[in-house]
Design a protein around this ligand. Structure first.
Ligand SMILES: [Mg+2]
Length: 221
C-alpha cells in the first residue's frame, strides 16, 4: 500500500499555468515566435523544458532563455493559486502519517517563495526544486529517505512525471489539473489517472477501507 507520496508542484498542487504561459510567450515573442494559447501550450509544452526549447528555439542557449523566463515570470500578472483539493490532500497525508515530498523543475527561489506564501513547508519531509530532469534524481531521493518503491508514488501532471516514476520503479499517478492534456498523458500509460487530488483521496480512502475490512489488524496504509 502507498505510504509515501512524491508530489510534482506546478499543475499538481498549484495552478501556475497562467503566469507560465505569459512568461513562455514573453520568451517566444522576444525571438519573433508566435504566442501559444492555453490549449496549444498543453499539447506542445513538455519537460525536460530543455527539449521543448531545443525544438522551438534551437539556436538560443538555455541559460539565456531561462534568464528571460525568470524575469517574465516574476512580472506576470496572472496569479499562482492553490489547486482545488490540494490543501485537503496534504492535510490527509499528514493526518494518516503518510510521508510527503516535492520534486519539481520549477526555479528553486520561485518555488521557495510559493511554498512559504501558501504556508505548506510543514507538510513536506523534503523538497527538491530546480530539477531539470527528474529521472536523474529519483533514485537518489528514494535511497536518501529509504522509501520502499512498492509503497511510493509520484503524483504529477506531465508525461515526464510518469516517465520519472517508471524510471524509479514506483507507482505513477497522473492528475488532469495541469500542463498536459488527458490524451497526451494517456499515451505514456500512467499506472493511475485521476481527475484531481480530491478523486485520488477518495480512491485511496476506499482502498484503505477495503484493506481494513480484509484485515482489521492491518495498519491503515
Ligand atoms: Mg507539473
Amino acid at each position: 500500500m502507498l505510504r509515501n507520496f512524491i508530489f510534482d508542484w506546478s499543475g499538481t498542487l498549484v495552478d501556475d499555468l497562467g503566469p507560465v504561459i505569459e512568461a513562455t510567450n514573453a520568451v517566444l515573442g522576444r525571438y519573433g515566435l508566435a504566442a501559444l494559447d492555453r490549449e496549444a501550450f498543453r499539447r506542445q509544452f513538455r519537460l525536460p523544458y530543455r527539449e521543448f526549447y531545443a525544438e522551438v528555439l534551437p539556436a538560443v542557449p538555455l541559460e539565456e532563455l531561462e534568464g528571460h523566463f525568470r524575469l517574465a515570470f516574476a512580472a506576470a500578472a496572472s496569479p499562482v493559486t492553490v489547486l482545488p483539493h490540494a490543501r485537503e490532500k496534504l492535510e490527509w497525508c499528514r493526518a494518516l502519517g503518510l510521508r510527503a515530498f516535492v520534486l519539481t523543475s520549477m526555479d528553486a527561489s520561485a518555488f521557495e517563495q510559493q511554498l512559504d506564501a501558501f504556508g505548506w513547508r510543514h507538510h513536506f519531509e523534503a523538497t527538491y526544486a530546480g530539477v531539470l530532469d527528474k529521472r536523474r534524481v529519483i533514485h537518489r531521493i528514494l535511497a536518501t529517505h529509504q522509501l520502499v518503491p512498492a509503497e511510493t508514488a509520484f503524483v504529477g501532471d506531465m508525461t515526464h512525471d510518469v516517465e520519472t516514476a517508471r524510471h524509479g520503479g514506483i507507482t505513477s499517478i497522473a492528475v488532469l489539473t495541469g500542463y498536459n492534456h488527458a490524451e497526451v498523458l494517456a499515451a505514456v500509460r500512467p499506472d493511475l489517472t485521476v481527475a484531481d487530488l480530491g478523486a485520488l483521496r477518495e480512491l485511496l480512502d476506499l482502498r484503505h477501507a477495503a484493506t481494513a475490512a480484509a484485515d482489521p489488524s492491518a495498519i491503515p496504509s
